[in-house]
Each structure stands twice: as C-alpha cells, then as structure tokens.
Design a protein around this ligand. Sequence first.
Ligand code: SF4
Length: 379
Amino acid sequence: MKYIDEFRDGAIARKIAERMAVEVDPARKYSFMEFCGGHTHAISRYGIAELLPDNVRMIHGPGCPVCVLPIGRIDLAIRLALERGAIVCTYGDTMRVPASDGLSLTKAKARGGDIRMVYSGADALDIARREPEREVVFFAIGFETTTPPSAVTIRQARDEGLKNFSVLCCHVLTPSAITHILESPEVKQYGTVPIDGFVGPAHVSIVIGSGPYEGFAADYRKPVVIAGFEPLDVMQAILMLVRQVNDGRAEVENEFTRAVGREGNAFAIASMADVFDVRASFEWRGLGQVPASALRIRERYAGFDAERRYDLAYRAVADHPQCECGAILRGTRTPTQCKLFGNVCTPETPMGSCMVSSEGACAAHYAYGRFRDIPVVAA
Ligand code: SF4
C-alpha cells in the first residue's frame, strides 16, 4: 500500500540500523525522548529499540492524550452525566480511564449515566440535533491534532443556533509540555532523565508545523526531528538525531516532509485561534500544573463552554498510590518498573491511564514488549 509498505521495509530498517551502528560514538550515550504516543506504539510494535545500538536509548514522553488526562477532568465528565443528566459524548479510549471512587466513564454508564462513544465532535453535534430536549456535552481531549475539529464543531453549533450543545474542553498544547519537561528538575538539575533530543510528533506537526519547536531547540540546545509513525520514519529520525548530536547541532529537522511543513495548516490554526485561548495553567497527569499548556473556550463562545454553563469547579485527585504513570510520563520510570504491570494492571483491567490507550507506554509494552522481558533459558 502506498505510503505504508515502503515505510515498513525490514531490509531498509536493517540498513539504517547498520548505518547508525557505524555513526554512533561508542564513547558516549544517546538518550532521545519520543514525545508522541504514536511513536511509543511504533517503537514497541516494530521492536525498534532492539535495532538500536546499545548506547542509544529511547525514553517515552507524555504525548499520549488519554494518558495525560488527570483524574479530576474525568470526574467532571462523570458528574455531568450522573448528577446533571447530560448526554456525555467522548472518544472510545477516554471511556476506560480510571477516575475517582473506582469509576470510569464506562462504569458510570453502567450506573445509568448517558455516556456515548463517538468518533468526533461532529457525531456529538448530530446527537444534539436529534435530541433537542436533552443537553449534550462533548468531552473534548487531545493535542493540536484533535483541537481544530473541536473548534469547527463549536462554530457549527453557533451557526446552527444549537442551544443544547456544549464542550468540556481539555485540549492541551505540545510545545508547552516539551518546555516543561526540559525545565523539570529531573532533566535540568539532576540529570536523572538525560535528554539529548526529541523525536517530534507527526500529526500534531501537520497542524502546527515545525516552526513552534524552533524556540526551545535553540534555547535549550536540544535537537528535534519530526517523524512519521511508520518504523522507517522513526529509525531515520533517530539516525538524524544521532548525527545532530555528533555534529553539536540543535536544529529542528523534518523527516516527515510528505505531510509536515514549517507553517502548518493555516485554516486549522486560524480556527483554533478563533474559538480557543490559552489557560493560565492546567493539570497534566504526571506533570502536575503546567503553565500555558492547555486551551479554554473564548468568551465569545461562552454558551458552548460546559465549564461555564454548568459552573464546574475543578478538583485535583491523586492517582492510585502504586501506579507509576506519572513517573513514566516524566520519563523517570518504565512500565516494567511498576509493580502492578501485567498482573493487577492489564489492558482489560487498567489501573492507570498508560494502560488504556494503545498509545500508552504500558499498553504498548504489554501488547508487544512483555514477551521480550522473559529471559531465554537455554535448553
Ligand atoms: S502498569 Fe498500570 S498501574 Fe502501573 S504505571 Fe502502568 S498504567 Fe499505571
């Protein structure tokens, strides 16, 4: 299949691996963070870590949209369904993320909440049109990839004069999260998470372009290579990062030129700017409060803002005490360092958000990597 098979060619992957083995400096270690959950999934699924030289290490980042959603935000959506009688619509993965009191949206649905899985905000809008006597709330999550469709949905609701539709906006911003990681004590002061560069997001960069990464690449002297989600994209991006580190460069390079430009998608950016502005601060699971890292609905669209409409008050809630999702999202632990991994916590019984979405580090390792953890015993 065009644009798929040619980026999954094992022979080419081995050639890139051989090239990398020649080019790495054996006297140093290389640590790169793949920010995006799609890359985490690709690295696990295609065994990319096993193809890398021993001194090249990948660190999972916080770029899985379901994983970084804090419990308090899911609680708000559950309250809307159970206490306010709203139809709450959201993406499938979000339904299973553990919330307070042993609940999740799926369990709240079993308790009688009218919670429906949708593929987009447009589906939620359809429900609002079909059921004008009911209040419909779209629980909108995700990075810049899913934000433009939410903006278009809100504008559509305004244009149609819908009075029973609103959005619980939990959209977050990629560049602020990367900056926050680089400012974290683990990276900046203690060096417990040594990061030499980033594999930059694919879908997000289609929307925002490569330009927004230039500031912190220069300020923090960290190279960024934007990569597609296929295994050869990721391998090539890692080789490009190795070369930048060897050359002492800290630039933004674009491996994913077939979809990403410097300026991004002008219509999507304008739609986002029209409907949303930046929150002063927002809680991320694992990262805590991150300044200027999420969006809220602008005053001119206040009628479609579920937080204003229902006068919702946010309450932060701590994760399960044994769940290591926070540390995994900060790059300080790996899934197998969590005591619950694979026994109490599995994709069928997730105890934390990283085990829910296929982009989560725990779910990806459970699906593809756990077999490699078992030592091979000689016959
Ligand atoms: S294995 Fe489960 S409990 Fe442990 S960090 Fe991952 S999601 Fe959290």
